[in-house]
Design a protein around this ligand. Structure first.
Ligand SMILES: Cc1cc2nc3c(=O)[nH]c(=O)nc-3n(C[C@H](O)[C@H](O)[C@H](O)COP(=O)(O)OP(=O)(O)OC[C@H]3O[C@@H](n4cnc5c(N)ncnc54)[C@H](O)[C@@H]3O)c2cc1C
Length: 425
């Protein structure tokens, strides 16, 4: 038997194990997936949980229920990989050998990496929504918040779903308006980026949405520490941002065992070829999903599109053939804008998010970089698609590569043909 070992049974690990179990000869291959716990959590739901749209139970399923029969599921904490021996050591001393290894252990919020974050105000006036516990605790805090300074903060990039903190900000602003308390709340968005987002056209659009909603932006803010006594964020260049309620996205890092195994960069992400996801150091190791260092958004959608390409490549690779598929960094993401509206962005390594329609040129039904109710419903429908199509590894009738069809490069702001205007469907 040839042994395929997948580390991590989250979004990417589950998709790849399910897809490959349909395609590899089951008599010749043993597929094993390892994870430290038995709860598969739908992470995009963390955004909506603090606003009461979901309850924690709506977002969790046992891992076995989403992994196909015939794939072995091992529960245990990964301690290290020994690439010289083709072996993985678990925390309890068990050893798992492999012929091919796929690393899919994602990225994790690390509040311990910022001095003061885990101090006396953690989960009192400092919250995160990048974990199930955090999002659940924040739901209670938002209910109780009646007036004062809400600060939404990103510690450093890259983070998974880099639009999520902006979405949280828009949703909070809309919720305060709906509760008739908007005039009692000052909202500030604190980011290490020079603007609202990483790419210029989307950054301009999202920045003007913040302006419209009277949300202040504190750009280029590299946090050095948090003072829990005075409830203040302090940057390396000695700027201070006081808060009454801080919603922070802590530093995101790959798993510590990757560092212990000598397989990672300074944030524990595995350096891979960005088109094939093959480790730069070991030919029989691949990293998929958030665990790799590829320069696209860390997201379930990038994981999905890349796994589509990876699967074909892997089947060729194990037959000794060259990997001819090329992942282009394709990602798309719905962005909640508040008031039952949303946006969609679609981009890859080379093309920034552009306005237009997706997936059918001219028809959509989804609008790119403009607000619509359909985009909001698309975001809500994504949860069903996640459990029933993406995770089981069923085919989705959307190309894995990004298409320019339906996209257009906007004209300068003063040009009468500029399309960066809000749609009123
Ligand atoms: C608030 C929020 C909103 C989001 N919204 C969207 C969205 O709208 N659209 C979108 O596409 N994406 C979104 N994402 C991102 C998406 O959820 C992730 O990018 C995706 O889950 C990554 O999949 P992954 O398999 O790489 O990692 P994960 O799904 O995180 O899986 C990693 C797995 O590895 C396991 N693991 C880690 N370390 C160890 C260890 N040492 N031993 C054993 N097991 C280990 C973990 O238990 C976990 O099961 C969002 C994320 C967040 C937090």
């Amino acid at each position: 038997m040839r042994r395929l070992l997948v580390l991590g049974a989250g979004t990417a690990g589950t998709m790849v194990a399910n897809k490959l179990s349909r395609r590899l000869d089951r008599a010749a291959w043993q597929i094993t997936v390892v994870d430290q716990d038995d709860e598969h959590v739908y992470q995009p739901g963390f955004l909506l949980l603090p606003f009461g749209v979901y309850q924690p139970d709506d977002l969790v399923k046992p891992r076995r229920s989403v992994i196909r029969g015939g794939v072995d599921l091992v529960r245990g904490e990964i301690d290290r990989v020994n690439p010289e021996l083709n072996e993985v050591l678990l925390g309890d001393g068990r050893r798992l050998g492999y012929d091919y290894l796929i690393i899919a252990t994602g990225t994790t919020p690390r509040p311990d990496q910022t001095p003061g974050m885990l101090g006396s105000q953690w989960r009192k006036s400092i919250f995160d929504f990048y974990s199930l516990d955090g999002a659940t605790a924040l739901a209670g805090a938002l209910q109780e918040f009646d007036h004062g300074r809400l600060v939404v903060h990103v510690t450093d990039m890259p983070i998974k779903c880099p639009v999520a903190p902006l979405e949280f900000t828009f949703l909070a602003e809309a919720a305060f308006r709906a509760r008739g308390m908007r005039d009692r709340v000052e909202i500030t968005y604190v980011t290490p980026l020079p603007g609202a987002f990483t790419k210029p056209i989307a950054s301009q659009q999202l920045g003007s949405m913040l302006d419209d909603r009277k949300i202040a932006v504190e750009p280029d803010f590299m946090v050095e520490r948090i003072d829990p006594e005075t409830k203040t964020l302090i940057s390396y260049d000695e700027r201070e941002v006081p808060f009454d309620l801080l919603v922070t996205v802590p530093l995101n890092m790959g798993a510590d065992y990757i560092a212990r195994s000598g397989l990672g960069d300074e944030l524990n992400y595995v350096p891979v070829d960005k088109h094939t996801l093959q480790s730069m150091a070991h030919g029989n190791i691949f990293a998929i999903g958030d665990a790799s260092n590829i320069p696209t958004s860390k997201s379930g959608s990038a994981a999905h599109f890349s796994v589509e390409i990876f699967t074909g490549n892997f089947l060729r690779h194990v037959q000794g053939l060259p990997m001819t598929g090329t992942f282009d960094g394709h990602t798309n993401c719905f962005i909640e804008a508040g008031d039952g509206r949303g946006m969609l962005i679609d981009f890859n390594y080379d093309t920034e998010p552009l306005p237009g329609s997706y997936p059918v040129p001219g028809l959509g039904p989804f609008g790119l970089l403009r607000e619509s109710t359909r985009n909001h419903w698309g975001k809500l429908a994504f949860r069903w698609l996640y459990w029933h199509v993406l995770l089981p590894g069923r085919p989705l009738p959307l190309p894995a590569h990004m298409s320019m069809a339906g996209k257009h490069v906007p004209k300068p702001p003063d040009d009468p043909d500029n399309v960066m205007t809000k749609e009123q469907p």
